[in-house]
Write a protein that binds this ligand. Structure first.
Ligand code: SF4
Length: 378
């Protein structure tokens, strides 16, 4: 039996794929065979639906003690590019989001040299008090690890304290590539793989849901990527707390790593392969996201047939990938999001952060059914 037929039989039987299967799919499988298999799993889990949400990004500061070589967003403490948003600016952004009908605020930023732990907590608290309906998806595991270093307190306590203040869930950033052969070269100082995974485990144990990411298309090998996916799959087996996996294509502009001649640099074929392999290897993740800001709109549309079932949201005020050269728009309207999903042959459905259907009237919105469980035919 050809290798791809062997893997197809496993996928159709709902059997788990191995590390070697993942390497074969990435490096040798025909792209269309791979896409067909990923699409099979995608439709088995999510039918013909493709999800989007109405959200806004907030990056309260870009000043960062770390110097990850792939990052174009960070600034030194005294750099003219550096900023720290005032309470007024933060609350204005949140109010603007709520008035636009956003259901979620995505909050991540730098690890400021001088700001205390209480400031990060204050940001969440004042937004939650002012706009209690906005779901606050805040701070990556790297930031939680930094808060622990600032305070000397365990991350589990800090997560619980933020939960009281209005934290709704954790974004998936900061995962990059877990394997130390890569991680030590691209972001040696920040939270290592075990720390990243431990913090997500603790969040899940507290009842918080989270997402996961992988930054691909730089110095990593196929083996590093499959290793990354398997570490996530293992934690998901344990907790079931991950909602979405988001493969993030590396953007080299304005980064130190961008000068590396060995750089692979993502192209559309790598994007689609990564999406499809992720869908197949992460058999216990309900959703795979084609983040249109990173991929660009046409690739995100194609990805909806290569394993992805979500394209993220309206976004608004995205800085991190635009600083690194992303030429996608800053914002898509709901009509644009729905149209690009329909053009890809899928049925658009608005979700909130926790994948409940959002039902809108002229002036308001409410959450409805949990989508993946209730709406997809068995
Ligand atoms: S990726 Fe995050 S931690 Fe690394 S330099 Fe950029 S802002 Fe700082």
């Amino acid at each position: 039996m050809a290798r791809i037929d062997d893997i197809r039989a496993k996928v159709e039987a709902g059997q788990r794929l191995s590390f070697d299967d993942g390497i074969f799919l990435y490096d040798e499988a025909d792209l269309f065979d791979l896409g067909e298999l990923a699409n099979y799993v995608r439709e088995r889990k999510n039918g013909n639906f493709a999800y989007y949400n109405v959200n806004t990004h907030l990056n309260p500061t870009n000043v960062c003690v770390y110097r990850c070589v792939f990052c174009a967003f960070r600034a030194d403490l005294k750099s003219p590019k550096g900023y720290v948003m005032s309470d007024e600016q933060i609350l204005r952004r949140a109010e603007e989001a709520a008035q636009r009908g956003a259901t979620e605020l995505h909050i991540v930023g730098g690890l400021h040299h001088q700001l205390p732990y209480d400031w990060y907590l204050h940001v969440v608290r004042i937004i939650h008090q002012a706009q209690p309906r906005l779901h606050l998806k805040a701070y990556t595991a790297v930031e939680w690890d930094w808060f622990s270093r600032l305070t000397g307190r365990p991350t589990r306590d800090l997560l619980a304290e933020f939960q009281q203040a209005g934290l709704g869930s954790l974004p998936g950033g900061g995962a990059e590539i877990f394997h130390p052969e890569v991680r030590d070269l691209i972001c040696e100082h920040k939270a290592d793989a075990d720390t990243w995974l431990r913090i997500h485990r603790e969040a899940h144990q507290l009842g918080l849901r989270s997402n996961a990411t992988m930054l691909y298309g730089h110095i990593e090998t196929t083996a590093h990527r499959i290793d990354h996916l398997l570490r996530l799959r293992q934690l998901q087996d344990e907790t079931g707390g991950f909602q979405t996996f988001i493969p993030l294509a590396f953007h080299p502009d304005n980064t130190k790593l961008g000068h590396d001649r060995q750089l692979k640099k993502p192209n559309i074929l790598m994007d689609l392969r990564t999406m499809a392999v992720s869908r197949l290897m992460l058999d216990n993740f309900p959703h795979i996201k084609a983040y249109w800001v990173m991929l660009g709109v046409p690739t995100a549309q194609l990805a909806l047939s290569f394993g992805a079932d979500d394209i993220d949201g309206t976004v608004v005020h995205e800085k991190i990938y635009h600083d690194a050269g992303s030429d996608s728009p800053q914002e898509l309207t709901v009509d644009q999001l729905r149209r690009l999903i329909e053009e890809a042959g899928r049925t658009p459905i608005e979700r909130d952060t926790l994948y409940r259907e959002v039902v809108r009237s002229e002036t308001s919105w409410r959450t409805g059914r949990t989508i993946a469980l209730d709406l997809v035919p068995a």
